[in-house]
Ligand binder design. Structure first.
Ligand code: SF4
Length: 302
């Protein structure tokens, strides 16, 4: 059983060494239509999880072999917060991580549990999924063990934000015909404004999914993102080739008043002269740059 994988370069988080807490088989309390693993009945138990000492010994060995690792990512063939000794493991990882960041990739299903919130609050970066803000959509897309928990999960995210000073990233995976509606994104916008994540990653299917579902084109992701006014959205999807356009200073400020833009957005949208204008706005402190993980945002204000 391989507990450690990588390091792999992650454009979102940096050079990442992965820890798989369910190396034997998939163990997840969701059965998402888009899952990259095979379809499986949801469960809340990881069968034969590795013990903490084993995980720490393997992580130390891998870090010695790959000292340039930037991020240690806690993940699983499924949902890592189902690991029974999560708090103990996070404490032990903190002791060996040195200057590296600790990250977890979770489906958020357990964030309503105060013990999980306290354990995750010790991490540097927490990535939680939130594909839907309505129960019907959640049930159809993520196929959780308990769809009635959606409101408790959303409330748990809000409470987590109160105690977590690290980087909170919310990921929305968009599937054609399911959560790609304006209404779902309006509902998501309402809850995301309350959760106040540092970054929202919006993506779509890019690997073979567990069930026959389809991705959403980049242009539609972009339209959906426009519902998340004022929020730091990062669209994680292949961009179609586009010709950068002319933007005046006022156009740039109007664009940024809708929501912060990433460097990738700027490179796609603005021609060279417009980028010069943006640089001047940065020098004048009317626009500021902020890095969230590996993603650089341009936001209004100093
Ligand atoms: S939460 Fe992740 S591992 Fe679980 S079914 Fe969904 S995509 Fe797969």
């Amino acid at each position: 059983m391989n507990i450690i994988f990588g390091p792999v370069p992650s454009r979102r988080f940096g050079l990442s060494l992965g820890i798989d807490l369910s190396p034997g088989s998939k163990a997840c309390n969701f059965d998402c239509l888009y899952c990259e693993l095979s379809a499986a009945k949801p469960t809340d138990t990881i069968p034969n999880p590795p013990n903490v000492e084993e995980v720490i010994a393997e992580t130390k060995k891998a870090l010695a072999e790959h000292p340039d690792t930037e991020v240690i990512t806690i993940t699983a063939n499924g949902e890592p917060t189902l690991y029974p000794n999560l708090n103990e493991l996070i404490t032990a990882l903190q002791a060996i991580k040195d200057r590296r960041k600790l990250l977890i990739l979770s489906n958020a299903s357990t964030i309503d549990d105060p013990k999980i919130r306290q354990a995750l609050a010790k991490l540097d970066i927490v990535k939680l999924s939130l594909d839907c803000a309505t129960k019907r959509c959640f049930k159809r897309l993520d196929r959780p063990m308990d769809a009635d928990k959606l409101n408790a999960i959303i409330a748990g995210m809000q409470e987590f934000r109160q105690i977590f000073s690290g980087m909170l990233v919310i990921e929305i995976l968009v599937v054609r015909g399911i959560n790609d509606t304006d209404a779902e994104f309006e509902a998501l916008a309402d809850v995301l404004k309350k959760i106040r994540p540092d970054r929202i990653d919006i993506g779509t299917i890019d690997r073979p999914p567990a069930y026959a579902v389809q991705p959403v084109p980049f242009a539609r992701l972009s339209e959906l993102a426009s519902h998340l006014q004022g929020l730091p959205v990062h669209i994680v999807a292949k961009r179609p080739k586009a010709t950068p356009q002319h933007f005046s200073r006022e156009d740039i400020l109007a664009l940024l008043s809708r929501r912060p833009l990433t460097q990738e957005d700027i490179d796609t949208l603005l021609d060279a002269a417009s980028k010069e204008r943006l640089s001047r706005l940065v020098a004048e402190k009317r626009v500021h740059k902020e890095r969230v993980g590996s993603v650089l945002f341009y936001k209004l204000g100093a």
